[in-house]
Write a protein that binds this ligand. Structure first.
Ligand code: ZN
Length: 167
């Protein structure tokens, strides 16, 4: 292995470490569901690239910290927020609005120095009125080494992909 290959390997393992932290802290910006790691095999490459997936939405989804999702969801419901007025007011539109508010809030928190790749940098005291009693923000039981599913690129071809504008 030459120096450049070593560097590439280090970058890859750092990225994987960050992705593992993300699936622990974050949920889908659209549906709030848990995120999983999937290795997507492109063409003839044997290794592929690991991406974060929402299995409920069946798409690549970078996710957002759970606290932000719940505040964003509450905001959209409470203020009837809709930046897609041409869309019918269905579940999908509510999810798109929630995802957009998540992006805005995450961007703001990141630029205020509250949020980094490994989560909040300050203690968060989320209002009980927003989060409700039945929401579990952190699952202590979560396995430390999450499983990585393998998926062929053709299986996801044509499906929507999440963007990473928030972080
Ligand atoms: Zn989802």
């Amino acid at each position: 292995m030459n120096a450049m290959q070593v560097e590439a390997e280090i970058k890859k393992s750092q990225r994987l470490r960050e992705l593992k932290i993300r699936i622990k802290n974050c949920c889908c910006r659209y549906c709030g569901g848990s995120l999983k790691l999937r290795r997507i095999l492109y063409g003839n490459l044997s290794e592929g690239r690991v991406e974060i997936f929402c299995t409920d939405c069946d798409r690549i989804e970078y996710g957002v910290d759970r606290e932000i999702f719940h505040v964003a969801k509450h905001f959209v419901q409470e203020f009837d927020f809709n930046m897609y007025p041409d869309n019918a007011g269905n579940v999908r539109t509510v999810q798109m609005n929630t995802a957009k508010v998540c992006d805005i809030m995450a961007w703001g928190c990141k630029n205020l120095g509250f949020l980094a790749y490994d989560g909040f940098q300050v203690p968060v005291d989320i209002s009980q009125g927003i989060i409700g009693d039945d929401v579990v923000l952190r699952n202590a039981e979560l396995e430390p080494e999450p499983e990585i599913e393998t998926m062929d690129e053709n299986m996801i071809f044509g499906r929507g992909s999440g963007d990473s504008t928030c972080l």
